[in-house]
Design a protein around this ligand. Sequence first.
Ligand SMILES: *Cc1c(COP(=O)(O)O)cnc(C)c1O
Length: 412
Amino acid sequence: MDIDCRFNTKLLHGSNSKYGQREILPPIAQVTAFEYESMEELEKVFAHKSMGYAYTRIGNPTLAAFEQKINSLEGGIGAVSCSSGMAAVTSTILAICDSGSEIIAASGLYGGTIDLFHDLEKLGIHTRFADKLTRENIEKLITDRTRAVFGEVISNPSLRVLDIPKISAVTHEAGIPFIVDSTTATPFLIRPLELGADIVVHSTSKYINGGGNAIGGIIVDGGKFSWNFDKNTALSEFKKYGKMAFLLRLRTDLWENFGGCMAPMNAFLSFTGVETLGLRMERICENADALAKALEKESDIEVNYLTLDSHPYHELAERMLSGYGGGILNFRAGSKERAFKIINSLKYAKIASNIGDIRTLVIHPASTLYIRSGKNEMEAAGVFDDTVRVSVGIEDKNDLIEDFVNAVRVSR
Ligand SMILES: *Cc1c(COP(=O)(O)O)cnc(C)c1O
């Protein structure tokens, strides 16, 4: 049952499940399989004639509790949790596309997703990249083979924001579903399904979990897209399910057969993690805004953050993200050497290739996350040789400001 209430209340009470022994949190069903009293009962479960769990790769109550929670936050008709964010992106694409399909994607995507789209070429799935997802750019790239338009709500680390109502209008006119990766935005900043997106994916490893203790991903289906089963041949066997076709194709084909299920322990950790998403995001965004504004005063570094007046997406971000700028900021230090020097002299920020942790994390993306990318791809992602990416945490903001400003100054 879904309850209609405000965000922080919804985080705790939105998917109002009751558990078997009245546990306040979903028990961790840390099992591979589920046993039945008779073979007849298990037969019914396999035939989908009775509700029940058989094997964790096919379904597990701890995963189901987590899926319901995220589904209620995003306002979807159902969600499928995955072993990682990459598994969520992969399963989504493969549920919709088959050999010969084309995807239109914004350039400047998360590095792993760019690499995945390259890999998919070998399966006959071709991606056409647009510099930005605008009506003009999308219409130029649409062919009769286009099966999906894909973008990140706030791209990481390029910090471009999608105009979801505008883009979904274009894709819907062409009968193409619009898939968004909302990892960096989270349902605290935006609920893409309400604005016109058809499918939302998250790496739950980041802000949703928040504590940096479990890899995971999730796919939420908005359930509004009208599939054309002659065109969307990957889904044609699921025609009789209508609006549920994607979710069922996903659940009973891709997810079950490719084997990318979330681990029950990770579902539990992410379930407890997401309950504080509102508090964490509010604090993270406030810290990031204050840190960006303090760093902007240092004249020899160039700061990139969505709430700064200088940011090209400032106005769109304000409209799309309720005035918040998210948890990622970048700055250009002038040279790789100086970027390293600043990073190495920070007291509180940990050097780690992650985002969305409650701890502030820093990295030099060019020598890590983009080490296998070409210079053009890297620059399209807003990464230069002197870029430092900061994933801002929930520390006291004055400690962060003192630490970063000091590091910038001593590196001169
Ligand atoms: C981290 C990330 C992913 C991949 O998620 P994993 O959980 O690491 O597999 C996908 N998209 C975005 C935007 C990310 O930040």
